[in-house]
Design a binder for this molecule. Structure first.
Ligand SMILES: Cc1cc2nc3c(=O)[nH]c(=O)nc-3n(C[C@H](O)[C@H](O)[C@H](O)COP(=O)(O)OP(=O)(O)OC[C@H]3O[C@@H](n4cnc5c(N)ncnc54)[C@H](O)[C@@H]3O)c2cc1C
Length: 365
């Protein structure tokens, strides 16, 4: 490999979705990934929820790419037999004030194009989910769950069928502009270094995407925001069959501790949102079990402290600090031939097929 037409840095859901869209028989496309496998970063440490696009400001890329991604993901999953389930989601209000906020959220979601949103009374909620307690709820039928790994495998298979090559255990350590493209410097996990020229670079480096963007003059500063999960055990399987979220608080960096169900029917609480130093520490403190139980028991009254156990964690690459206003995804060519995707936090998995298409159209001019 001495020359590439396109190099994608990072083999997470977004890098692979871009590869699937950009690969072509006549294009030498490489995906470079520092880990031993694809999808070992944020893309394997999330809730695997297909979001509907409710929460984000109208006109933002988070809203539009999420709504488009939602539609595309159900199509892709159905057509290719990817494990998924359209569970639907209930956002629950504890009181009349929260119910008013859900009405506003419902209007926001409809404006964004999220289909089928509906306010439910306590009685209607009870008919759907008798084990859940709330004064009212916002019902989102387009929310669901899917296997993130199967989705990434699908993207990679598509990209490889069109001639793309995934090179793992290879970190890109720097880039310099040269005649004909960008010289990329790499190091493999045996410490061997190697460099080559790529006409086009697409930065999908997740938690490192601000550093990578900096090589091409992009000035971004990501904040790491950790989300811990707890697993629920000892509860009757199927007691709750939809995803249950509390009403969001405006200041919250996440969506509040909520209940998700994975494809195996396992219930999980989380993720919460804690800004941390810039390091990848995925340990979950044992104290999170009691904390999550305390936050969720008002709407999930069947939960007992002994049902909740610390599980896994993920880290969001956020452009938004704890007290900052909303920050959108950044998808921008900061220097000719160097496209940066920065701050691709939630709903990045849902949005991934739409991001891939957006990048293809952007590069086609
Ligand atoms: C706790 C949590 C919950 C979430 N829940 C959801 C959800 O339910 N639904 C949803 O839609 N989204 C969710 N998200 C968001 C979603 O997971 C991400 O937006 C998405 O996975 C981002 O994919 P990515 O490819 O951009 O990043 P990543 O998956 O992090 O991939 C980046 C890759 O780049 C590689 N890399 C970095 N630097 C270099 C380098 N210099 N050289 C080579 N390789 C490099 C990394 O090793 C990594 O594999 C959640 C995120 C978190 C943290």
């Amino acid at each position: 490999m001495d020359k590439a037409d396109i190099t994608i840095i990072g083999a997470g859901a977004v890098g692979l979705a871009c590869a699937a869209e950009l690969a072509g028989e006549k294009t030498r496309l490489y995906i470079l990934e520092k880990n031993a496998f694809f999808g070992a970063g944020g893309s394997s440490r999330n809730s695997e929820v297909i979001h509907a696009g409710i929460y984000y400001p109208a006109g933002s890329q988070k809203a539009s790419l999420c709504v488009e991604g939602n539609r595309l993901l159900y199509e892709i999953a159905a057509r290719n037999g990817l494990p998924h389930r359209q569970t639907g989601k209930l956002i629950v209000a504890a009181n009349a004030e929260e119910a008013d906020r859900l009405e506003a959220l419902c209007a926001q979601g409809r404006k964004n194009g999220a289909d089928g949103l509906e306010m439910l009374s306590a009685r209607q909620l009870n008919a759907l989910e008798p084990a859940v307690h709330a004064a009212a709820a916002l019902w989102s039928p387009r929310t669901g769950i899917l296997s993130a790994h199967a989705l990434m495998e699908y993207y990679l298979t598509r990209a490889e069928a069109d001639g793309a090559r995934l090179v793992c255990r290879t970190e890109v350590t720097g880039a310099e502009k040269e005649e004909g493209g960008w010289r990329l410097f790499t190091r493999n996990d045996h410490g061997r270094t190697f460099d080559f020229i790529s006409a086009l670079v697409v930065n999908c480096a997740g938690l490192s995407s601000d550093t990578v963007a900096g090589w091409a003059g992009g000035r971004y500063r990501l904040r790491y925001c950790k989300g811990d999960y707890c697993v629920v055990s000892g509860v009757k399987p199927g007691l709750v069959s939809r995803l249950i979220y509390p009403a969001p608080r405006s200041s919250a960096a996440g969506l509040g501790v909520h209940l998700t169900i994975d494809l195996a029917g396992r219930m999980k609480l989380g993720p919460d949102a804690t800004y941390i130093d810039r390091r990848e520490d995925y340990r979950v403190a044992p104290s999170k079990a009691a904390l999550f139980h305390g936050q969720a028991r008002s709407f999930l009254p069947f939960l007992k402290p002994e049902n909740v156990h610390p599980d896994m964690a993920g880290i969001r690459p956020k452009l938004q600090g704890p007290d900052d206003a909303f920050a959108d995804f950044v998808i921008r060519e900061d220097a000719p031939g160097f496209l940066n995707l920065v701050g691709i936090e939630s709903p990045g998995l849902t949005a991934s097929p739409a991001i891939g298409r957006f990048v293809r159209k952007l590069l086609a001019g």
